[in-house]
Design a protein around this ligand. Structure first.
Ligand SMILES: NC(=O)c1ccc[n+]([C@@H]2O[C@H](COP(=O)([O-])OP(=O)(O)OC[C@H]3O[C@@H](n4cnc5c(N)ncnc54)[C@H](O)[C@@H]3O)[C@@H](O)[C@H]2O)c1
Ligand SMILES: NC(=O)c1ccc[n+]([C@@H]2O[C@H](COP(=O)([O-])OP(=O)(O)OC[C@H]3O[C@@H](n4cnc5c(N)ncnc54)[C@H](O)[C@@H]3O)[C@@H](O)[C@H]2O)c1
Lengths: 215, 215
C-alpha cells in the first residue's frame, strides 16, 4: 500500500495545488511544485507514483488534473466527524488545536464520565466548529455516533477503561480509532487503530543526541 | 542513517533482551525474539543490520552481547533531563504521562509565563520523578537548563512565542527540541527539532477509511 509518510504529505500537495490553480497556473514542473511543498523533487515524484500519477517529462504536471486526482484520493467526504472520549488535559489540548479543523476534521462529540466534567459547554469558537458542544456522559456515546455520523473516535482516557471505550465505539459503527491510552487495543477485522506514543519522539531525539557525542 | 521507525523499536528490543538475560537465556533465535517484540523476524533482522549486528545462522543471537550493543546505541546517559516550556493543557498531559519516565526521561524543569501558573508546585508522585517541581517563569529558563544539565526541550506554548522560546533553549545549550506549536522553527546547525502534528494521524485514518469505501 501507500506509505503513511506519503499519505501525510498529500494534504500539503493538495493545498499548494489549490493555491496554484487559484492563481491561474496551468502546468508546473515537479521541481517547482516540490520546492513549494518543502520536499525534494525525487520524493515528490515518488509520492505521486504511488497514486499512479506521472508528469510529462519536460512539461511537468497539469495543475487542475493533479488537484482533482489528489482530492479524490484524500476523500471528498470532508469534514470528517470526530468524537473525543476523555476530556482531560490531553482531550482539551486536542479540542483547541486549530490543526484539526484546518484539515477538514470537525469535532462533533465530546464524552467523559466524570460528574464535574459532564454538562460543561464548549463554545463554537473554542472548538473552531459550527456549533457549541456539551460534554456528554459515556451512556450517550452510541446516540452521539448515530446522530452525527462520526467516522473517527479518539481515546484520551486512562488506560484501564480504554478497551471498554473502544468496544463501544466499534459497536456504534466507528471503524477508525486514534488511541493515546498506553494499552494495546483489540479490535475486530476492518477496524483500524492508530496508536500515538509521544515518548517515541523523545527516544529518537535522545538517540541522535547520543550519536552527536561521538562526532 | 538509521530510520526513525528502527530507532523507535530499539527500546522495545532492549526491554525484551533485558528480561531474557534476567531469566538466564543465553542465545535466542531471531524468530523468537521478533515474536516477543511484536514484529516480523525480517523486520527485526533488518533493524539490527543497521547497527551492524548479525545473528549466527542456525544459532541466533547472543543475548548478553546484543543487550550491551543496543544499550550502547541508545545511550547510557539516562535519565535524559527534559524541560517543558508551556504548562497548559498539552504540557500537563505530557507531565503526567507515565510513558516518559518509564523510558528514561525525567522532567527536570517546568516553565510558563502566566502569573496564575508560575509558582504552582507539582508533586514528585504526579511527575513520577525524584522531587517536587515548581513551575518557574520564563526568565529562569537559562538557570534551569544550566543547573539541571537538561538535554531536551519541549515547546508546548502558543505559536506566536514558540520561536522566541526555541532561541532561548538553544542559547542555554539545548540541542534537541520537541515542538508542538504549529510553526516551523528556525535553528542553527547542530540543533535537531522534531515536530509533532497529531492532525497527521487523523489524516492517515481518514485516507484509509476513504479507501475502505471502495472495497
Ligand atoms: N500516548 C501519548 O503520547 C500520551 C501523552 C500524554 C497522555 N497520554 C495518555 O492519554 C490519556 C489522557 O491523559 P490526560 O493527561 O488527559 O489525563 P486526564 O486524567 O487529565 O484525563 C482523562 C479524562 O478521561 C476521563 N475518563 C476517565 N474514565 C473515563 C471513561 N470510562 N469514559 C470516558 N471518560 C473517562 C476523565 O474523567 C478525564 O477527564 C492517559 O491515558 C495518558 O496516559 C498519552
Ligand atoms: N502539534 C499537535 O498535534 C498539537 C496538538 C495539540 C496542541 N498543540 C499546540 O500545543 C500548544 C499548546 O496547546 P495547549 O492546548 O496546551 O494550550 P494552552 O493555552 O492550554 O497552554 C499554553 C501554555 O503556554 C503558556 N505560555 C504562553 N506564552 C508563553 C511563553 N512565552 N513562555 C512560556 N509559556 C508560555 C501559557 O501560559 C499556557 O500555560 C499550542 O501551540 C497548540 O497549537 C499542538
Amino acid at each position: 500500500g501507500i506509505p503513511d509518510a506519503t499519505v501525510a504529505r498529500l494534504p500539503v500537495y493538495h493545498r499548494v495545488l489549490v493555491s496554484l490553480s487559484a492563481a491561474g497556473v496551468q502546468t508546473v514542473s515537479s521541481e517547482a511544485l516540490a520546492a513549494k511543498c518543502g520536499v525534494s523533487s525525487a520524493k515528490f515524484r515518488k509520492d505521486l507514483s504511488y497514486l499512479g500519477s506521472y508528469g510529462t517529462r519536460g512539461v511537468g504536471y497539469d495543475v487542475s488534473y493533479l488537484t482533482y486526482h489528489i482530492s479524490r484520493e484524500l476523500g471528498s467526504s470532508q469534514p470528517w466527524g470526530v468524537v473525543i472520549v476523555g476530556v482531560g488535559n490531553l482531550g482539551r489540548a486536542l479540542i483547541s488545536y486549530r490543526g484539526f479543523t484546518s484539515r477538514g476534521f470537525a469535532i462533533v462529540g465530546l464524552v467523559d464520565n466524570h460528574p464535574d466534567v459532564v454538562g460543561e459547554s464548549l463554545s463554537a469558537s473554542e472548538l473552531a466548529s459550527a456549533a457549541d458542544l456539551t460534554i456528554r456522559p459515556l451512556v450517550d456515546l452510541e446516540a452521539i455516533v448515530g446522530d452525527t455520523k462520526a467516522q473517527i473516535g479518539v481515546i484520551a482516557t486512562p488506560a484501564d477503561c480504554a478497551q471498554g471505550v473502544c468496544d463501544r465505539l466499534v459497536a456504534a459503527g466507528i471503524r477508525s480509532i486514534l488511541n493515546f491510552a498506553p494499552v494495546v487495543l483489540e479490535v475486530p477485522d476492518g477496524v483500524e487503530v492508530r496508536k500515538v506514543d509521544l515518548a517515541v519522539e523523545l527516544q529518537i531525539l535522545a538517540f541522535h543526541e547520543q550519536r552527536r557525542g561521538y562526532e
